[in-house]
Design a protein around this ligand. Structure first.
Ligand code: PBG
Length: 332
């Protein structure tokens, strides 16, 4: 970089006026950068606020369809669905994940009916909302999550979701080899245009607590997910995970959580040049809300500063529970 020295260079010159600041802005956030995660619950006309996620509710399918319409009107291109499976339908093997009439599949169809092709529907591929033990896969007698047995189920889950109308299947389970297996199954079952957004670099994080409350798996989970989700200390390993998922047929990759892993986002974008998405997870959302409530700063300013950081780091978009608020702010 070549800079003339002061006073030929005064960095503050271009910052002196609002028009100039706008003109020199390097990164622009738009509603098209947002993916809105939504929690689905059984019933009709049901809204259940999630205590640990102030401002976020689980909605019954009719409410989900309304939220999807709202997303379309706000210019949000995609929603991500997560089911709060009734406790009675959870089992050791998470078989409800393969029921073509489960909460997820019915929600996909309702959103499609309400919005047609105006919105992308992203679905989570993992067993934790369906298992009685809260792990993302099948476990052995010691509670170890079995890789290959789990992949076989995830493949069927992904195809079930694609048949119901999902546009993007997003495996969040961190099993080895699942992207390849899902890609082959989608090809063989007539879904060549269903995208895979893989949670390629997903960390064993302390920031997922409120999400587990929202899908009702928090109280069930024994132990942790460290034998499949990544060690937060590792960056090179994330690049290997990402390289593998791209090679196996992922269309885009995700880094999760978001803000504590901006270096991983940056490195992934620089190294692979693929679409990278960040998941600003439930704990990150809750911290912004708690911080604002505690007087740390203005909620909207705190939020927008964090969202633009993802884009600056190289993201194509961000999954955030703040999507509708951010879109409203961006739409002015
Ligand atoms: C599980 C899954 C999790 C999230 C998305 N999918 C939680 C976990 O791995 O335990 C977390 C999202 C959030 O915290 O907002 N397959």
């Amino acid at each position: 970089m070549t800079n003339a020295s002061y006073p030929a260079t005064r960095m503050r010159r271009t910052r002196a006026h609002d028009w100039s600041r706008r003109m020199h802005r390097e990164t622009v956030l738009t509603p098209a950068d947002l993916i809105w995660p939504l929690f689905v619950t059984e019933g009709t006309g049901v809204e259940e606020p999630v205590a640990s996620l102030p401002g976020v509710s689980r909605w019954s399918i009719d409410g989900i369809a309304k939220r999807a319409r709202e997303a379309v009107e706000l210019g949000i291109p995609c929603i991500a669905l997560f089911p709060n499976t009734p406790q009675g339908k959870r089992s050791d093997d998470g078989a409800e994940a393969l029921n073509p009439d489960n909460l997820m599949c019915r929600a996909i169809k309702a959103v499609r009916d309400a919005c047609g092709g105006d919105i992308g529907i992203l679905t989570d591929v993992a067993l934790d909302p369906y298992t009685s033990h809260g792990q993302d896969g099948l476990i052995d007698a010691n509670g170890y999550v079995l890789n290959d047995d789990t992949v076989a189920v995830l493949v069927d889950q992904a195809v079930t979701q694609a048949e119901a109308g999902a546009d993007i299947v997003a495996p969040s389970d961190m099993m080895d080899g699942r992207v390849k297996a899902i890609r082959m199954a989608l090809e063989m079952n007539g879904h060549p245009n269903v995208q895979i957004m893989s949670y390629a670099a997903k960390y064993a994080s302390a920031f997922y607590g409120p999400f587990r409350d929202a899908v009702g798996s928090g109280g069930l989970l024994k132990g942790d997910k460290k034998s499949y989700q990544m060690d937060p200390a590792n960056g090179d390993e994330a690049l290997r995970e990402i390289a593998l998922d791209i090679a196996e047929g992922a269309d885009s990759i995700m880094v999760k959580p978001g803000l504590a892993y901006l270096d991983v986002i940056w490195r992934a974008k620089q190294q692979f040049g693929v679409p990278v998405f960040a998941y600003q997870v439930s704990g990150e959302y809750a911290l912004i809300e708690a911080g604002a409530a505690a007087g740390v700063g203005d909620r909207e300013a705190l939020l927008m500063e964090k969202l633009v950081a993802f884009k600056r780091a190289g993201c194509s978009g961000v999954l955030t529970y703040h999507a509708p608020l951010a879109a409203r702010l961006l739409n002015g």
